[in-house]
Design a protein around this ligand. Structure first.
Ligand SMILES: [Zn+2]
Ligand SMILES: [Zn+2]
Ligand SMILES: [Zn+2]
Length: 339
């Protein structure tokens, strides 16, 4: 007996399906933390399953953009909304599908389809990166599985021990293909005197930041979760935006999500055109010690929050108090199977 898995992009124009032997469910999935995944998706990692190539079929009407992120892999995303969909070997031998794009909204149990088994390319992150906050007990490999486990002791070190807030300087960032490149300036020490900055800047001249699990952030990007820094627009300068595309992801809100039309990287969200603050994707920042610039905070009033009860349910996400701020945890619950 076979099971057909269907999915697609956020705007609905790119659709796909593939079939697997039902006995192989749940499918093994792996988190990849490599630079190529990070900068083509715009999130800190991708979560993939390998689909049988012979059964993988595109069924939608939308245009899928193909982008060679290396000599080995071609990535795809929707031309209209930017959702990252697959990574393939360009030879028709192997296709990995991004789990966040599966249809999971009609009563399909996530756990029945997918089982995360390990993390790869942890060496591309800084001191273990977000694998230190995905406390799922899964093996973390330096690169591919055969390259051995990531054993750096610093992985277990609390980032708060190393944060040394400084003023001055700037962050650079952008997408994989470099069509999008920007700088973010540190808020000046006089930020409290500025009517815009005073609303958004935190102690230590930091930007607020949050991990978001909402269905839209997950699906628009293809990342299993999304990390935003809230940056006043007057502190952002785009040195290149030649490949920028804008996607309005809500029928009821005037929000804009921006992605690179060439490589697919989603890099910002704004509540409305011209708004004074932009959410910038932290995963697109170059500086590895960007924690010095950020203050992770609880979700705004009206958005659900992780609490003690949820801590174990969503896989140990952010299990230390200062790293717990996550938004739309309830949306995230259904994607995080019981370990
Ligand atoms: Zn789309
Ligand atoms: Zn990767
Ligand atoms: Zn790009």
């Amino acid at each position: 007996m076979s099971t057909t898995i269907q999915g697609g992009c956020h705007c609905g124009s790119v659709r796909y399906k593939f079939s697997v032997e039902s006995s192989t469910l749940p499918l093994d999935a792996d988190y990849c933390h490599c630079d190529d995944c990070r900068l083509t998706i715009g999130g800190f990692c991708g979560l993939y399953v390998e689909a049988p190539v012979a059964t993988f079929t595109l069924t939608g009407t939308g245009a899928l953009v193909r982008y060679n992120s290396s000599s080995r892999l071609t990535r795809t995303h929707c031309s209209k909304c930017g959702t990252s969909i697959t990574a393939d070997d360009n030879k028709g031998v192997k296709v990995s599908v991004i789990v966040s794009t599966f249809d999971l909204f009609s009563g399909v149990a996530y756990d029945s389809l997918v089982k995360p088994v390990y993390h790869i390319f942890v060496k591309d992150t800084w001191r273990g990166g977000v694998t230190t906050i995905i406390d799922d007990g899964l093996p973390r490999y330096k690169a591919f599985k055969q390259d051995g486990l990531w054993m750096d002791d610093a992985v277990t070190k609390s980032p708060s021990e190393e944060i040394q807030p400084t003023s001055g300087g700037e962050i650079t960032g952008g997408c994989h293909c470099k069509g999008i490149q920007f700088t973010v300036r540190r808020a000046p020490d006089t930020w409290a005197d500025d009517p815009v900055l005073v609303k958004w800047i935190k102690h230590g001249n930091r930007f607020s930041a949050i991990h978001c699990f909402c269905d839209t952030c997950r699906q628009v990007s293809g990342a299993p979760f999304w990390t935003w820094a809230f940056v006043p627009y007057k502190l952002i300068t785009f040195t290149s935006n030649s490949t920028e595309r804008i996607y309005r992801s809500s029928a009821t809100k005037p929000c804009e999500r921006r992605f690179c039309g060439t490589c697919g990287c989603t890099f910002s969200y704004t509540a409305s055109p011209g708004f004074e603050m932009w959410d910038m994707s932290v995963a697109t920042f170059d500086q590895t010690k960007v924690e010095e610039w950020l203050s992770f905070r609880p979700a705004p009033a009206g958005e659900d929050l992780a609490d003690e009860a949820l801590g174990s349910y969503i896989h140990g996400w952010l299990d230390s108090p200062e790293r717990r701020p996550i938004s739309y945890a309830v949306d995230g619950e259904k994607y995080n199977p019981t370990p």
